[in-house]
Design a protein around this ligand. Structure first.
Ligand SMILES: Nc1ncnc2c1ncn2[C@@H]1O[C@H](COP(=O)(O)OP(=O)(O)OP(=O)(O)O)[C@@H](O)[C@H]1O
Length: 126
């Protein structure tokens, strides 16, 4: 088993490296996951709609929470998929449960976000 030494980097350097790694992760998810790109497009459309309909500060807070939560969950779903593939590239019932449950979590959140989005935007559109 290989161990990776983190060295004795200064706090700021370590923070910069952590951001760089996180950014690499987001770039990977963007380039490999169509769902993530669809959600990003939908988020941009919702933000444009929010500006056009002049939603309130409280509504912006809700919208930003929903968008960032959705993107974070989609990114975590990819992390779980890749970790499962690393552990077992072959078919395994537990791998199926793990991936399906992670996808289920994304679906539950997406449904909730869609309903809340309708509650915020539909009355304003009507
Ligand atoms: N190793 C495995 N063993 C058993 N079932 C698997 C395995 N890998 C994938 N599956 C099944 O196939 C489905 C799709 O898995 P896959 O890794 O291809 O994700 P995906 O199609 O890229 O998902 P997404 O579209 O969310 O990115 C899983 O939800 C699971 O039901």
């Amino acid at each position: 088993m290989t161990t990776v030494s983190k060295g004795s980097k200064s706090g700021l350097k370590r923070l910069r490296k952590s951001f760089a790694h996180a950014w690499q992760g987001i770039r990977f998810v963007w380039s490999s996951e169509q769902n993530f790109r669809i959600h990003t497009g939908a988020a941009a459309a919702v933000i444009a709609l929010g500006v056009m309909l002049s939603i309130s500060l409280f509504e912006w807070i809700i919208v930003i929470l929903l968008i960032s939560g959705m993107m974070a969950l989609e990114t975590m779903n990819t992390a779980i998929e890749k970790a499962v593939d690393l552990v077992t590239p072959e078919y395994h019932p537990l791998a199926k449960i793990s991936k399906d449950a992670a996808a289920g979590a994304v679906l539950v959140y997406a449904i909730g976000a869609f309903i809340i989005g309708c509650l915020i935007f539909i009355p304003k559109i009507l």
